[in-house]
Design a protein around this ligand. Structure first.
Ligand SMILES: Nc1ncnc2c1ncn2[C@@H]1O[C@H](COP(=O)(O)OP(=O)(O)OP(=O)(O)O)[C@@H](O)[C@H]1O
Ligand SMILES: [Mg+2]
Length: 219
């Protein structure tokens, strides 16, 4: 198993009553498998992806990636794993404004010391970004920025891709193309793919779909 999430719990303190967002979430993801994560706004999809990606702590539970527990790692072990093996597409993109599209696309691969392995032309072409490479993020449309965020996450061919509504800003045709690109990566490289989406159409195209509601996952 590539990823095994077991009994994950997360409660956020707020001004009023604490909000329990994850209340015992478990899932398994195999190499090459595509899982769609659905659930209404505020159900905890981003929180789950952030915990799985080692970007946010859990209150309890475990996240085993290749047999190692991400929750139990120290910061530098976790950062190292993220850099070399996990690609994250953030809901808010998180592109680096001072870097060009080209530099954003190769950024994570360079951190992972695999910058020279990136097929930048192929990646840009498959994302429809070939004519945008020398621009800065602020000069791009929302959909173009989203495609850069996707390209950056997959450029180094990570073993696990966590994509948070990766097609949210894209029209239907571009969204389908991007989804197919992510799926193709999973099929070709054996990466596991966990995609949060509000799109019924994309969710039904995944290998499996899981629905998050009231802190629990259901099929
Ligand atoms: N850092 C935080 N502090 C307090 N509450 C938070 C924090 N992050 C998220 N929450 C709360 O946790 C709940 C789940 O948020 P989350 O962003 O995971 O939902 P989501 O399913 O990704 O929603 P959307 O579909 O709108 O992106 C929400 O009620 C949100 O207000
Ligand atoms: Mg979200």
């Amino acid at each position: 198993m590539l990823l095994t999430v077991h009994d994950l719990k997360k409660t956020f303190p707020t001004g009023g009553d604490p909000v329990t967002v994850l209340d015992g979430v478990s899932l398994e993801l195999q190499p090459g498998e595509v899982i769609a994560l659905t659930g209404e706004s505020g159900s905890g999809k981003s929180t789950l992806l952030h915990i799985v990606g080692g970007l946010e702590p859990a209150d309890s539970g475990s996240v085993h990636f290749d047999g190692q527990d991400i929750v139990a790692m120290n910061d530098s072990q976790r950062a190292n794993l993220r850099r070399t093996s996990i690609g994250v597409v953030f809901q808010q993109f998180n592109l680096i404004p001072s870097l060009t599209v080209r530099q954003n696309l190769t950024f994570q691969a360079r951190l992972a010391e695999r910058g020279d392995d990136v097929d930048l032309d192929g990646l840009a072409a498959s994302l429809g970004l070939d004519t945008q490479l020398n621009k800065f993020p602020e000069d791009l449309s929302g959909g173009q920025q989203q495609r850069v965020a996707i390209g950056r996450a997959i450029a180094a061919k990570p073993r696990l891709v966590l994509a948070d509504e990766p097609t949210g800003n894209l029209d239907e045709t571009t969204g389908s193309a991007v989804f197919e690109l992510l799926t193709k990566l999973a099929r070709e490289t054996g990466a596991g793919l966990l995609i949060a989406t509000h799109s019924e159409r994309l969710a039904s195209a995944a290998d499996r779909r899981l629905h998050l509601s009231q802190g629990k996952l259901a099929v």
